[in-house]
Ligand binder design. Sequence first.
Ligand code: A3P
Length: 301
Amino acid sequence: MEGIDLSLLKSLSRPELFEFEGISMVQYFTDNWENIQNFKARPDDILIATYPKAGTTWVSYMLELLYFGNTEPERQTSMPIYIRVPFLESLFPGMPSGVELADNLPTTPRLIKTHLPVQLVPKSFWEQNCKVVYVARNAKDNAVSYFHFERMNMGQPDPGDWNTFLQRFMEGKKVFGPWYDHVCGYWEKKQTYSNLHYMFFEDMVEDTGREVGHLCSFLGLSTAIEERERITKSTHFDAMKQNKMTNYSTVPILDFTISPFMRKGKVGDWKNHFTVAQNEQFDEHYKQKMKNTTLQFRTEI
Ligand code: A3P
């Protein structure tokens, strides 16, 4: 891949967390800030927005296959998902910035990923009335997944032990800010911005085919049922875990000996991590944080 030297990532050291535009951030997502904020979205761009570890890669691959699975099959076998669906705010050594990758995407539509909270999304996406696909995941499983991701990802701050991580998660001191504000922010946006499709990780696990169908309706795609079934199969956890183009095994800052990127893909794994005391504390805090929203999550299915 032209202009990309992933080996440079090996020299990366774990970044410090700092306050930036009202949330916790690390330099890899703020160094290119001006270009990010000035990004020129096109009306047919599709923005995939998530809090980290909510199912971003999963929905990205669904969209890739829906749009380009038939017309450009070689993209699926030769380009990792993080090149096909650029991570807008990213700037890592050895890689073009997310903005550059997005600017140079040859496809229509362009699929673009962001973890930015709704208030920091470049305004051109709203001005151009772009379609936005948001995936949310229940806080407990999201936290567990994020913990393991920080353990294995040298591009993230050190998570400490599980209890330390959980306290920081509840305080909102994680890269991209508080989970609570993130999921509620896009939920509120959806009330006034009709081009936003709000999905849940739990629904995707429960019935992937149904969720692919809902995506097609939102996107105005008349994808044949057989094709949708093929996509449902190709985006199954086991298939994506085996697939080098979707399992992130090509990224050297991720240490798979600590934890794989495609870790479990389940609803309810939090039960294997939360102690009874942690769960009670979390529930109490959650009630407070979420008391003003109609947004509801399932922590088991
Ligand atoms: P776990 O750590 O709980 O396994 P993101 O892509 O936003 O970083 O999210 C990663 C999480 O989504 C991981 O969760 C990963 O296993 C899960 N995931 C990715 N693809 C999946 C799929 N096809 N089915 C179920 N879960 C999937």
